[in-house]
Design a protein around this ligand. Structure first.
Ligand code: GTP
Ligand code: SPV
Ligand code: MN
Length: 628
């Protein structure tokens, strides 16, 4: 289907005509068409394009973006059907300071979210969106999170004036006319509206990456709506992802007894062929994609990928928690992804990839820091400037990313679209100090406590000073769509309503020695930690009780062939009681933020931890007690 002709045909038809298409008639179509009509009347696009999700349509869209200078087509032999986008320099990551939760009551957004009065925000948005799509095409993109018609799946529609966003959504979700049919048939859906906020005046020339210095990413959890203005990048623009599948979905989960989490999802197969499902919550750019595609360095183990960023979890009838990955693709961090760290990702990226803000090689391919040990002699950097290894600045932006379909991962599970029973939940973050390589929670409640206390060094995935330590409970600080105190309570409740909650562990691949080096080799060697965890489930691995939880007993972690010295190992598991007591004080302060929304159970866990630490300080031999 040729994009332009179909658009032209559609401009002249009144919007309400879409409801009249026989295949799309139905009780839900009127509401959809009325909403599209209303947004079009406000934003005044030149054209409206209802995305049908066909390959021809996608081809035409990509071709048009190359013609318009939005995308650079990479060399067809080196990287078939792949493209590079370079963003505006001011539009390179999520913007937490511009992200708002506009619940009716401020206390329902909670102390960790930016709240704004919903009616005031609606007035602000009205002003911003008024005429914001002039000169542009407005795309209507129906999408499903989770496979279309799946039992845990949810529908949505994104209106956007960014063809780049459309191409990204087509990879990251299931898009197309099948979804529209379901909406027409009356299924529930979430409304999301996105504008880059750069109307094109008649005769004016467009820029490669239109955006607006003023940015708003706004959620109305009570009416299940998202409005995003001014940014074309990642989670600011692919509204199905963080805005819907985490912030709005966390609210749906609170109200309907399920969970929306910032987690990867894998199937781990042990040397005997037994399968286990592990979900892991790590903050942005802290290793989810890497663990999701892990290639174990210890023999006999296999990892199958199910998801790398978002997991939706529901109780099953058998008393276990079941999980799906609602996404259809990976929007992964490029820097640090190479043959030595994540060869599966490198293989996944053979073709059909939309790259953003990586460097361009002279032969029409891409490069980023960490792809190879040695940088090419010459590159065009993410800003479009000449670059050489002595440039003194990175060639790829630290938050440069790849967008690729999940099915392209050689490690993808055959049944990756189905729900799986969860055996293990991991919490982690980037912690240079204090937090050991692995700690096992004493029980579900203690596990929830561990999740609520996660802090991590900031990364380039959002604005802020990289390296600065900040709280990121459950890796959901930027993504929880309601009061995080209530969210903690919801976690406690979910463990109570299932007979067999998953076992909970905390991990930290990022502890550093006094000399600043990572103490743990990480990547493929993280399988050694997973192996210990699964053997704990099987009752086969020994653990030692410490004030902060169970850690591997001496010799119980399989380190055969690992390049870790005894000194480093000791440091990886060292528990500095005084530093931990300081940590307890910080957690206490953090909990205070939530006032009476803070669950008493977690307060109880904190004082129990404090007592255990004080006892350990009085009697340092106590943490050495072996226990299985
Ligand atoms: P989002 O997509 O932002 O939510 O992040 P993510 O958690 O999926 O991040 P990703 O897996 O892409 O990791 C980002 C960075 O972490 C990369 O630079 C990796 O090199 C680094 N990383 C991942 N695993 C390890 C590890 O085991 N050890 C060390 N030292 N670095 C790691
Ligand atoms: C994250 O920041 O956690 C991401 C990238 O996964 S984005 O989709 O831009 O939020
Ligand atoms: Mn993420």
């Amino acid at each position: 289907m040729a994009l332009i002709e179909s658009n032209t045909a559609r401009i002249v038809a009144p919007l309400s005509a879409y409801g009249a298409q026989p295949a799309l008639a139905g009780p839900g179509m009127t509401a959809l068409v009325a909403w599209v009509d209303q947004i079009a009347a406000l934003t005044r696009p030149d054209r409206i394009h209802w995305i049908d999700g066909s390959p021809d349509e996608n081809d035409a869209l990509l071709r048009q973006m190359v013609e318009d200078g939005t995308l650079i087509r990479l060399d067809e032999h080196k990287r078939p059907n792949s493209y590079l986008a370079r963003s505006d320099e001011g539009d390179v990551a999520r913007l937490e300071s511009r992200t708002f939760i506009c619940s009716e009551r401020e206390e329902d957004a909670g102390p960790t979210n930016n709240w704004a009065d919903p009616s005031e925000m609606r007035a602000t948005l009205h002003g911003l969106f008024e005429g914001s799509m002039r000169g542009r095409t407005m795309y209507v993109v129906p999408f499903s999170m989770g496979k279309i018609g799946g039992p845990i799946s949810q529908l949505g529609v994104q209106i956007t004036d960014s063809p780049y966003a459309v191409a990204s959504i087509e990879v990251m979700t299931r898009v197309g006319v099948e979804v529209t049919k379901r909406i027409a048939g009356g299924e529930a859906w979430v409304r999301t509206v996105h504008s880059v906020g750069a109307p094109l005046e008649p005769g004016a020339e467009d820029v490669a990456w239109p955006s607006n210095p003023e940015k708003y990413i706004v959620h109305f959890p009570d009416s299940l709506e998202v409005y995003s203005f001014g940014s074309g990048y990642g989670g600011n623009a692919i509204l199905a992802k963080k805005c819907y599948a985490l912030r709005i979905a966390s609210v749906l989960g609170r109200d309907n007894g399920w969970m929306a989490e910032h987690m990867l999802l894998i199937r781990l197969i042990d040397p005997q062929g037994r399968a286990y499902h592990v979900a892991a919550a790590f903050p942005s750019a802290c290793g989810k994609t890497n663990l999701a595609m892990l290639r174990p360095t210890i023999p006999g183990w296999t990892v199958e990928t199910l998801g790398d960023d978002i997991t939706w979890i529901r109780p099953g009838e058998d008393g276990r928690l079941y999980a799906i990955n609602p996404e259809g693709g990976f929007f992964g961090v490029a820097p640090g992804t190479g043959a030595a760290t994540n060869v599966t990702a490198v293989e996944t990226l053979w073709g059909n990839v939309l790259f953003t803000n990586v460097a361009l090689t002279d032969d029409g391919d891409v490069w980023w820091e960490g792809l190879t040990d040695e940088a090419p002699d010459h590159l065009i950097d993410w800003r479009g400037e000449d670059w050489a290894p002595d440039a003194g600045r990175p060639a790829a932006h630290p938050n440069s990313r790849f967008t690729v379909a999940a099915v392209q991962a050689p490690s993808i599970a055959e049944d990756w679209e189905e729900a799986v029973p969860l055996d293990v939940i991991l919490f982690g973050g980037r912690r240079a100090t204090n937090v050991p390589l692995v700690v096992e929670a004493l029980d579900w409640e203690h596990g929830v406590f561990l999740g609520s206390t996660i802090s991590s060094e900031r990364t380039a995935a959002a604005e802020g000073r990289v390296g600065e330590l900040r709280r990121d409970p459950f890796a959901m600080m930027p993504f929880c769509g309601y009061n995080m105190g209530d969210y903690f309570a919801h976690w406690l409740e979910m463990g109570r309503i299932v007979a067999e909650p998953p076992r909970v562990f905390q991990v930290n691949w990022f502890r550093r020695g006094a000399d600043g080096r990572f103490l743990w080799p990480g990547f493929g060697d993280n399988a050694r930690v997973l192996d210990w965890i699964i053997r704990r489930l099987q009752g086969e691995a020994q653990a030692v009780e410490t004030p902060i939880g169970h850690v591997p007993a001496v010799g119980s972690l399989d380190l055969e062939g690992a390049d870790v010295s005894q000194n480093d190992l000791d440091e990886l598991f060292a528990i500095d009681v005084d530093a931990w007591l300081e940590e307890v004080g910080l957690i206490d302060e953090f909990y205070d933020l939530f006032g009476d929304r803070m669950p008493a159970e977690l307060r109880g866990q904190l004082s129990a931890l404090r007592s255990r630490l004080i006892r350990a300080r009085l009697d340092p031999s106590r943490p050495q007690t072996a226990k299985d």
